[in-house]
Design a binder for this molecule. Structure first.
Ligand code: 4AD
Ligand code: MG
Length: 428
């Protein structure tokens, strides 16, 4: 007898013998019949048992969410609204669930997010929750495909490091034998060193750590960063690579569009490329035309980004950021060193990606460190790689959870993180 998923049942002929593995979602009984709502990772089916002909285990009281194995026959003409109908010949309990359940699986999502996260293993069994991570996986797969098709090599760089990459104090310190070390904020320095090593194009998918104290619906203290770096390229090349990578990811999600629509009520729209581009200065002018005076030397506030975002239907780039707002490795604009060859990819008020052309000249890089009040000697392992023919290069870092959040229209980044880490949560 072959193992099937619920989704595969619809193609079968009447009376095909099937084996299914999954969970008991609910049991309903009548005088003559027992109905078990059965769930696997693909959907719901109904097990219909006639009391007079049943000689298997007692099924009336199998606790909800117990794991079971079912052998039986597929009933093409079944009348169940639950889903495909099976007439079981044998049911085996693989593992009995305790009761009461700390979180109901069959109800729609209505508990608060903290209760849900505390019981994430049950929360994730809900179809509309589980599907978020199917989508996240598809997004990443589509992006990986794009990087691979464009000659990028996937790399893995250390997460325990000795220095900061993005500047500032958002670092988690860890004890490293006799020394103090940190959890890496970004693979930035390593991907640049790899570009100088002749790999030419690198990308990495891995955790990034930020000790940001504020608790918002857009910030995690550990997130998944998709990072790329490309040699002999500038910021414009990096933006083209990015918009096409994002499109490729969403294209992959759109293959399962119907399920996403059914489970979450969300239409997945594949964006057109190129995405619109607007400079930082144009944004400032636009804000002032709307009566908002942007404060010099400051990042855009969420309110300002909301106003700017209203000009666009979806993704857009903000380019040419002031040097004071970008990290030391960012290439100044050759026409005006107060600005940089940099960009953010935005969706409405949400920042999805930051990227730039990087400084490749070692002297200029030393000066950038000094201008930012950093000691170049702390970065000697990085600077060394620039002295021996470092190519001009560019790249970006994209937050996977942020992308999932905007593709599915989720209100809180924690929804797009299996086990989120925030200001108050390090468990489960
Ligand atoms: O803008 P960030 O800090 O840029 C960098 O890390 C650069 N090294 C990237 C580069 O190649 N120039 O982070 C990049 C992206 C953000 O746009 C955002 O999507 C995500 O990472 N991100 C976060 N996501 C969730 N929680 C946080 N605390 C995040 N911080 C950044
Ligand atoms: Mg950024």
């Amino acid at each position: 007898m072959r193992l099937f998923s619920v989704k595969e049942l619809s193609d079968l002929k009447e009376d095909t013998e099937v084996l299914l593995h999954g969970w008991v979602q609910e049991t309903r009984t009548t005088k003559n019949l027992i109905f078990v709502v059965f769930r696997d990772h693909t959907g719901l089916a109904q097990l219909t048992i006639r009391r007079d002909s049943w000689n298997g285990i007692e099924v009336d009281n199998i606790p909800r969410e117990s794991a079971i194995s079912v052998s039986g026959t597929f009933m093409v003409h079944g009348k169940s609204k639950t889903g495909p109908e099976i007439s079981p010949s044998k049911i085996t309990i693989l593992n009995i669930a305790g009761s009461p359940l700390p979180l109901a699986v069959s109800d729609p999502v209505n508990s608060d997010i903290e209760t849900r996260l505390n019981n994430r293993f049950l929360d994730l069994r809900k179809r509309e929750v589980g599907i978020i991570f199917r989508v996240e996986s598809d997004l990443l797969w589509g992006i990986r495909k794009h990087m691979s098709q464009n000659g990028f090599t996937e790399v893995h760089t250390p997460k325990i490091v000795g220095t900061s990459t993005e500047g500032g104090s958002d670092l988690f310190a860890v004890r490293y034998f006799e020394k103090e070390a940190f959890l890496n904020q970004s693979p930035q320095l390593y991907k640049e060193i790899l570009v100088s090593s002749g790999v030419n194009r690198v990308f990495e998918v891995g955790p990034a750590f930020r000790a940001e104290k504020h608790n918002t619906v857009r910030h995690l203290n550990e997130f998944t960063s998709i990072d790329i770096e490309m040699a002999f390229s500038d910021h414009n090349d990096a933006m083209v690579m990015l918009e096409n990578a994002v499109r490729s990811g969403i294209l992959e999600v759109s293959a399962g569009e119907r399920e996403v629509k059914e489970a979450l009520g969300v239409e997945v729209k594949v964006p057109e490329v190129p995405f619109p581009r607007i400079t930082f200065e144009e944004c400032v002018d636009y804000l002032s035309s709307k009566g908002m005076a942007h404060r010099d030397g400051e990042d855009f506030s969420p309110d300002e980004l909301r106003i700017i975002g209203e000009r666009f239907t979806g993704f857009y780039f903000i380019t040419r950021w002031p040097a004071s707002l970008r990290p030391f490795y960012t290439m100044p604009d050759p026409d005006d060193s107060n600005y940089t060859n940099s960009f953010d990819l935005q969706f409405r008020e949400n920042e999805i990606t930051s990227g730039a052309q990087r400084v490749h000249d070692p002297e200029m890089l030393r000066n950038r460190f000094l201008a930012k009040g950093l000691n170049p000697d702390d970065f000697s392992f990085y600077l060394e790689a620039f002295r021996y023919g470092m190519p001009p290069h560019a790249g970006w870092g994209l937050g996977l959870e942020r992308l999932t959040m905007i593709v599915l229209g989720l209100k809180n980044i924690r929804e797009a993180t299996v086990f989120p880490r925030d200001r108050n949560r390090i468990s489960p």
